[in-house]
Write a protein that binds this ligand. Structure first.
Ligand code: HMG
Ligand code: MG
Length: 283
């Protein structure tokens, strides 16, 4: 069976948008359950300004409290050196830098232009290289931006190339708004694949318009074999007004399995984790 990896981002992308401040102990319980389900990578925290995203302020506590499964990489998002240092102290196994393909979203999410964000990422990339920490990259708004409208495929490809040159082993392409049309995803991928091979790209689809699975099919057709998803379909992005959660891990698993792909995940445990994730939202 053709393997496809699901990169679980629920504890970070799923929970970051929740209004209720979820206690670290509840996040830890979710991550510990996810850790038994067969994932190779789980994004568990972000080390960003607590004023911007209060829900993620307890990343160090979360990373200190989880029961680490050997061989599983516990990842954290970092916007700058301050975040990198905190992630490293918390013993994150890998870090991710996150840029946008549109100026409007870069400004809303990182309070700076795309070029300025990349300048801030350069020392993070260098430190990660020196410390031997794998570095992942994200590009947000790969087809549509809530502020600037349609995004040109070439703009995405340019940012992907810069993240590649900084040493990202993989770049995750974010449909942040969850409104991408399959044709737009295909056109975007055609441009991005000129810069980076399919096996070093990941698809990151939010599911606002219910087209995430269709978009995953388009990406599979272009050769991508990693998809980000969040158990229970939780989340959204605090700086993308109206965006719904990531596509649900359970749904992606079932979709891929029905198409003959092997995710290596235990479906019963995924369903259990999905239930736990939804309960966290209720409090
Ligand atoms: P700023 O206000 O311009 O930053 O924010 P600053 O450098 O001027 O610092 C302001 C204050 O923040 C200072 O504190 C800093 O110390 C502090 P003060 O002296 O005023 O008390 N600060 C920090 N504190 C903790 N950790 C840090 C940190 N950095 C500065 N790392 C900044 C710029 C980048 C910090 C801010 O805009 C920020 O934190 N943005 C993050 C927003 C975010 O997390 N968004 C969600 C994640 S992205 C996403 O979800 C998309 C994705 O899923 C893909 C997709 O779907 O498209 C990845
Ligand atoms: Mg996201």
């Amino acid at each position: 069976m053709d393997p496809v990896e699901i990169f679980e981002v629920g504890p970070r992308d799923g929970l970051q948008n929740e209004k209720r401040l979820i206690p670290a102990v509840e996040k830890i319980a979710l991550i510990d359950l996810l850790s038994t389900a067969g994932f190779r990578r789980i994004e568990v925290a972000s080390f960003v300004s607590p004023r911007w995203v209060p829900q993620m302020a307890d990343g160090s506590e979360v990373l200190a409290g989880i029961t680490r499964v050997p061989g599983l990489s516990y990842a954290a998002l970092v916007p700058n050196m301050k975040g990198y240092d905190a992630a490293r102290s918390a013993r994150a196994d890998e870090v991710a830098i996150f840029a946008a393909a549109s100026e409007g979203f870069s400004r809303a999410n990182l309070n700076c232009s795309i070029a300025e964000s990349l300048e801030r990422f350069a020392p993070v990339a260098q430190a990660a290289r020196e410390d031997g920490l794998p570095l992942r990259g994200y590009v947000s708004c790969v087809t549509d931006c809530p502020f600037d409208g349609a995004v040109a495929p070439g703009a995405v490809a340019r940012v992907v190339a810069q993240l590649r040159d900084m040493g990202c082993y993989e770049v995750s392409l974010g449909d942040t708004l969850g409104q991408a049309r399959p044709e737009a995803v295909d056109a975007m991928l055609a441009a991005v694949l000129e810069e980076m091979p399919a096996l070093r790209l990941a698809g990151h689809f939010h599911d606002t318009s219910g087209r995430a699975l269709e978009n995953i099919d388009v990406a599979l057709g272009r050769g991508l074999r990693v998809f980000d998803a969040a158990v229970g379909g939780l989340g959204g992005c605090p700086y993308a007004p109206g965006a719904a959660g990531n596509v649900a891990t359970e749904a992606v698993h079932d979709h891929l399995t029905a198409r003959g792909h092997d995710t290596g995940l235990n479906r019963d445990l995924l369903l259990q984790a999905g239930g736990m994730a939804r309960a966290l939202r209720m409090g």
